[in-house]
Design a protein around this ligand. Structure first.
Ligand SMILES: C[S@@+](CC[C@H](N)C(=O)[O-])C[C@H]1O[C@@H](n2cnc3c(N)ncnc32)[C@H](O)[C@@H]1O
Length: 205
């Protein structure tokens, strides 16, 4: 992990559809590099980042990489990712339900082959804006999409058979128990796992 302070010209760096508040001036951001991602944090530190969790993110990526190489072949209808190293395998879809800066989701997109889609969700507005900024900064718009909803709500919204995710990452501040019912309902049949912090639950339906 490396850290540097850079100044982003917001008029050039930010997407047009985000809150006008972030166009006001040239606020300094801290750039943090972890794995293949570089994420920008406002100097006010109003979006969660914990460098101690780098190992946890590395572990999630290692497990997801293995899963993506051998996804449930008959069940997944996701379209193949253009950048896939394994273009004969259907791409998998991932939800990071509690994403903060988007760092983990962006690392998924850059480090895990064979992903069709990653949703990076956070209910906090500053976090959502940060995810949008970091998606653009890392040029992963083709894979990662930001959403600004309650984690349980977005999972319940995606519980119909066609919308379910191959993998769901839950990284809450405390227990993941409040999110488990929604997660179990929105993970694909045969798309087996939900991972929570450093515990991995392998589910088979
Ligand atoms: C521990 S941080 C996530 C860190 C991130 N996964 C990473 O690897 O850097 C937890 C995040 O969950 C968000 N959050 C808490 N409750 C939520 C809920 N019910 N729905 C959506 N986001 C929530 C917080 O705003 C915070 O950004």
């Amino acid at each position: 992990m490396t850290e540097s302070v850079i100044c982003v010209d917001k008029s050039n760096e930010l997407p047009e559809n985000v809150d006008s508040l972030i166009y006001i001036d040239k606020t300094p951001f801290t750039a943090v590099t972890e794995g293949k991602a570089e994420v920008l944090f406002p100097s006010s530190h109003d979006v969660f980042y914990n460098p101690v969790q780098e190992f946890n993110r590395d572990l999630s990526i290692a497990v997801l990489k293995q899963f993506a190489l051998d996804p449930p072949k008959t069940k997944s209808k996701a379209k193949q990712a253009d950048t896939s190293e394994n273009s004969d395998i259907p791409g998998i879809s991932v939800l990071e339900a509690l994403s903060a800066s988007g760092l983990r989701a962006i690392r998924f997109a850059k480090e895990v082959p064979n992903l069709s889609k990653v949703l990076a969700n956070d209910r906090d507005t500053q976090a959502y804006l940060s995810i949008q900024r970091n998606i653009k900064h890392n040029k992963v718009e083709n894979i990662v999409q930001a959403t600004n909803e309650d984690a349980s709500l977005i999972m319940y919204k995606n519980r119909s058979y066609k919308d379910r995710f191959d993998a769901i990452d839950l990284d809450p501040y405390g227990t993941a128990a409040p999110f488990l019912d929604a997660a179990v309902q929105s993970v694909k049949d045969g798309g087996k796992f939900i991972f929570v912090k450093i515990l991995f639950f392998f589910l088979s339906f």
